[in-house]
Design a binder for this molecule. Structure first.
Ligand SMILES: [Zn+2]
Length: 332
């Protein structure tokens, strides 16, 4: 039975000062939980993304500053991670895994990065624990060889994907969807193609209702070739920063819903972590592992029924080209 290909590297983990709110240990913990829990996954290591790939999104000046530790104190503060020599390499590994997951998903229907979804990063600056924008680098990489490829970014992290939205605002081939806390970080939102802003401490039922009302309709109106899904574990009720109230069961329901909507439409999915800052030690890793486990089982079920992987890499498109002239008109 086919296993879900998950791209990963042990050096996703970078030591942080004691008390730092970013749970860096979630990466090795979730990896270990997936294997211990018997999830049908196949782990594949990655090498750092080469500079020429990063330069398709990020400025050379910013990459130089990340490499040499010459970021201004304000830039480090906004990034939220202390600079250290391994920071660029760590972020490049995570980015390479998203690139690999997207390529693999296009060929095999689904793949995952056991990290990724660093959606706050802009071309010239890092923000909110995101040094590089892995999703943007992956999309630009795909467009190098397939310029016509249409990508749907489904961002269900509790925070708005402001960096990704800004990078692709003028790109008709990319649809940015984000469901997030309207009053939560980042305070300066960047308009995406569809922003679903929810009230503070939104309950799980209301979250799932809003998701059901907006995501399937958007998937129908933008004929994508690939969905990049930033899942986000920070929608959980015990998260420190998410300001949402989904139970663990409701999170699992969200994951099944998103993946099923994609599967029903024959859409390949690259699944990424996004954020997670649970108050309970170890819980963030459990939630990420749950998401990937659900994806792996669904992938196995789909493949087990001998369904052809959706729209393999070189198969001609089966849908009609998108009718509306602008993606902004497609889904107001
Ligand atoms: Zn978040």
């Amino acid at each position: 039975m086919p296993r879900l290909r998950c791209f990963y590297h042990p050096d996703y983990f970078l030591p942080l000062p004691p008390g730092h709110p970013f749970p860096m240990e979630k990466f090795p913990q979730a990896h270990d939980l997936l294997l211990a829990g018997g999830a049908p996954v196949e782990i594949t290591p990655v090498s750092p993304a080469p500079n020429r790939q990063l330069l398709r999104v990020h400025t050379s000046e910013y990459l130089r500053k990340l490499a040499h530790g010459t970021l201004h104190a304000t830039e480090v503060y906004k990034l939220g991670l202390p600079w250290q020599p391994q920071l660029l390499r760590r972020s490049s590994l995570e980015t390479a895994a998203t690139v690999a997951a997207c390529r693999h998903a296009l060929e095999h229907g689904m793949a995952a990065n056991l990290a990724g979804g660093t959606h706050h990063a802009f071309p010239d600056r890092g923000l909110g624990y995101c040094a590089l924008n892995d999703v943007a680098v992956a999309i630009r990489d795909l467009h190098e060889t397939r310029p016509e490829l249409r990508v749907f970014v489904a961002d269900t992290d509790a925070h708005q994907g402001n960096g990704t939205h800004a990078i692709f605002r003028q790109d008709e081939r990319v649809f940015t969807y984000s469901i997030h806390g309207e009053r939560n970080y980042p305070s300066a939102k960047e308009p995406g193609d569809l922003d679903v802003g929810l009230p503070r401490e939104v309950g799980g039922d209301d979250y799932l209702a809003a998701l059901t009302e907006t995501l399937p309709a958007s998937l129908d109106r933008f004929p994508a070739d690939l969905v990049i899904w930033i899942s986000g574990a920070d929608v959980h009720e015990d998260d420190r920063f998410g300001q949402m109230r989904l139970t663990t069961a409701q999170m699992a329901e969200r994951d099944r819903m998103v993946l099923s909507w994609c599967r029903e439409r024959g859409l390949p999915v690259a699944a990424l972590y996004g954020g997670g800052y649970n108050r309970e030690p170890g819980m963030t890793a459990r939630l990420h592992a749950n998401t990937i486990h659900i994806a792996a089982e669904l992938h196995q079920f789909t493949q087990g029924r001998n369904e052809r992987p959706a729209r393999p890499f070189d198969t001609p498109r089966t849908r009609e080209p998108r009718a509306p002239a602008s993606k902004h008109e497609a889904c107001p």
